[in-house]
Design a protein around this ligand. Sequence first.
Ligand code: NIG
Ligand code: FE
Length: 410
Amino acid sequence: MQKILIKNIKGLVQVGENIPMIRKGKAMQELPILENAFLALEDNEVIAYGLMEDWEGITDWRDLEVVDAEGRYVLPAFCDSHTHTVFAKTREEEFVDKIHGLSYEEIAAKGGGILNSARKLAEMSEDELLELAQIRINKMIACGTGAIEIKSGYGLSVDAELKMLRVIKRLKANNSIAIKATFLGAHAFPLEYKENHRGYIDLIINEMLPIIAKEKLADYIDVFCERNYFSVEEMSEILEAGKKYSLIPKVHVNQFSVMGAVSKAIELGALSVDHLEELGEEDILALQNSNCIPTILPGCSHFLGIPFGDARRMINADLPVALASDFNPGSTPNYNLFTIWSLACIKLKMTPEEAFNALTINAAFAMGLSETHGKICIGSKSPLILTKEIPSLAYLPYSFGELNVERIFV
Ligand code: NIG
Ligand code: FE
């Protein structure tokens, strides 16, 4: 058994026995911090914590690694509830196109975008994809990410979608952090189905879904509901079909347009609605009457130069907000959630505490990990971040671009 005692912790963050599953509205400002604390772990499970003055006799001193955290904070690792971590190649050429003035939609129209990634992925073996994704996951963990949702969606054929999902299944088995799989066959229409939407949707429903269910390859189902991609009706049909196999919806909506997708997805039991760069009053209303968590992806807005999701409007409407990276080769080549924390503060005007809740408990909720992740309590096994020596918690999002991680406990 591996026993670790972390002592003299400047601030033990998001700690307690009554941490709620989500914080919303004004409560997003709440963040319990124990100052001058200790934390005892056995095989990474929290067995005790408290104030330094109370720690005597708590721990059995045999075979114990003692970590002195003077001047440093201990945080529950972030949960990244929306990523596209499995992909074949990066897409810098589109980045340059963007610099020359082309929009995301114009790049997609000339064969770039998701279809570009699908072409590259089709040629790559499952083993090679696995190896590349594992390298990325290692980097994500080093940046403090302790749970990752990963989507398919660069396959867009029966074989390639299954290949992606099998890679994710192997990643789950090979990693000690929690990984959730989302089937995103409805990410874009492949070229050969551009004029035959029916054909591709039938492929998803009749060919892909039964195998995915049989091999237990996915936890969630996603659709990119957007003009030039999937309509609200098409999304509904696909989500309904997924439901028959107990796949819970987590969807891409309102990235470029308000189309009624939010209320429809909620009606179909969505756990989260993600992107929301555009938001109508009717969307707010639908969210208020639901258990669905809006998830904002500021890295995508930053990289594409599109509007940022309006976190303040959501919080003022007493909604919860989750934040995620959207890590992918097209719209967000960044997986570092410290960057997202900074962007949330700088661009979304979230306070450091609000944004931290959005990256921990609220994000854990958005990926079905509320019981175990995003918080520090007795019995919790969430990975933990030990920061470097820093003057305050707010220094972490303030010092944007600086990585203040000293050690990760996984
Ligand atoms: O979440 N918007 C749809 N999907 C991804 C981008 C995919 C890509 O460009 O490769 C996103 O931003
Ligand atoms: Fe995405």
